[in-house]
Design a protein around this ligand. Structure first.
Ligand code: FES
Ligand SMILES: [Fe+2]
Length: 433
């Protein structure tokens, strides 16, 4: 297979319907091509607009190989500026986040405003009158659009619209945002749970087959704890959501998106969740406000779902339990994972505190959930390097797939529909002209 890649870059041959070639997880050249063909072409999640609420707020992010400064300019508009000085290319902004009217390059001091315009050149007399500052503004990401506060970016000038790209996954994003009675969430840039694993970026997320095995010890602990309803993570132990006998489903969408769909499994738990919330004053108010905002039936389902769409938007965003997760590929065998706990606007502090504690209990550095996953991804990466039998099987549940009205494909919770959806999109983008 190595010869095939070197000679023809026939990426189509590396992804079949029911299996993929392990080189897509380990090969350096394939990784570089993924940057070009996937990360520099399709829509990527950039940030949530609540991370930079005020004019002058900024946050550094990475889109493929492009370092970006996301700013809120003086007019209150979000700008995604390429963090590369127009003089000799140095990264202009090094601070991770903050508030600034100007960005001054560390190399020779050229200065840009929060909209990216070049507003100061050190020693301007060295340039003749043909030098026009307006021709040297920081580059901008060509396409930026948002849905419910989630800002997406595409480094390609042309392509499908964000609405088209998201398709029916928008109603899953709504689940996270509408778990707030005012329909707004807050993602704080400073409250980030930053981790790294030595494995490929395509390993993480949307696998309903592993929790019974990898997370058996943490589930046992959760099962023995007092009820932590009010948070999606706390809902884990109410009834086994990862059993194929449950109503939980895997779901694959067009454009590589995928989810572990717990909606039907969680819906009957609404009454118990509401009863638990109503034991405390802020919980009682929350239930009341949700019913006032959405009507009883919708409020009940939103409360039962705990704001957890358990959705992966290909290639770099996952909305899981109580957090927004950004996947940043570093190399074929290294991936950075940024987790931002989501806070609900319009609720009492104890509601958000409970969500944060539940997030920490499974995903925090001292928890057992995320570290177990990272360990498995690293073991997988080491195994994949032994490529005498190079195919990775993704065939589970192929015989029991169903197509839903919105065109998404579903199956039992342990079926590899999610991986197949992601891999078919990988193939589409990697083989596109
Ligand atoms: S590289 Fe930025 S001022 Fe020279
Ligand atoms: Fe896991």
């Amino acid at each position: 297979m190595t010869t095939l890649i070197a000679s023809g870059r026939d990426y189509g041959a590396l992804v079949e319907e029911d299996r993929v070639h392990s080189s897509i997880f380990t090969d350096e050249q394939i990784f570089q091509d993924e940057m070009e063909r996937i990360f520099h072409r399709t829509w990527l999640f950039a940030l949530h607009e609540s991370e930079i609420p005020e004019p002058g707020d900024f946050k550094r992010i990475q889109l493929g190989r492009f370092p970006i400064i996301a700013t809120r300019d003086e007019k209150g508009e979000i700008q995604l500026l390429i963090n590369r000085c127009r003089h000799r290319g140095a990264q202009v902004c090094e601070a991770q986040r903050g508030n600034a009217k100007r960005f001054q390059c560390w190399y020779h001091g050229w200065t840009y405003d929060s909209g990216g315009d070049l507003v100061g050149v050190t020693g301007p007399e060295g340039y003749d009158r043909n030098f026009k500052a307006e021709q040297h503004a920081l580059g901008k990401v060509p396409r930026v659009d948002s849905y419910r506060g989630f800002v997406f970016a595409s480094l390609a000038e042309d392509g499908m619209s964000l609405d088209q790209y998201l398709g029916s996954t928008r109603e899953l994003i709504d689940i996270m945002v509408d778990s707030s009675p005012v329909g707004q969430i807050e993602v704080k840039p400073g409250v980030v749970n930053k981790t790294m694993y030595r494995g490929n970026w395509k390993q993480i997320g949307m696998d309903g087959y592993h929790p019974h095995y990898v997370h058996v010890s943490v589930f046992k602990i959760f099962g023995e704890r007092e009820n932590t309803t009010g948070s999606a993570v706390g809902a884990l132990h109410l009834e086994d959501p990862f059993s194929d006998a449950s109503q939980s489903r895997t779901r694959g969408f067009p454009n590589g998106h995928a989810c572990l769909d717990f909606r039907a499994q969680r819906r009957p738990q609404a009454a118990a969740a509401i009863e638990d919330l109503q034991r405390k004053e802020e919980g009682r108010l929350y239930v009341e406000d949700m019913i006032a905002a959405y009507g009883r039936e919708r409020a009940e389902e939103l409360i039962a779902w705990h704001g957890d769409p358990h959705l992966g938007l290909f290639p770099n965003l996952q909305l899981i339990h109580d957090h927004v997760r950004v996947v940043v590929p570093i190399s074929p065998g290294e991936t950075e994972v940024l987790m931002y706990p989501v806070f609900l606007k319009g609720v009492g502090p104890s509601i958000n505190e409970k969500r944060l504690r539940a997030h920490e209990a499974f995903y925090g550095p001292a928890a057992a959930g995320s570290p177990d996953d990272a360990e498995i991804f690293e073991r997988t990466q080491r195994g994949l390097l032994a490529d005498r039998e190079p195919w990775v099987l993704l065939s589970r549940g192929m015989a029991r797939e169903q197509v839903d009205a919105d065109g998404s494909v579903t199956g039992c919770i342990s079926d590899e529909i999610t991986q197949r959806a992601q891999m078919q999109e990988w193939k589409r983008l990697m083989t596109a002209p």
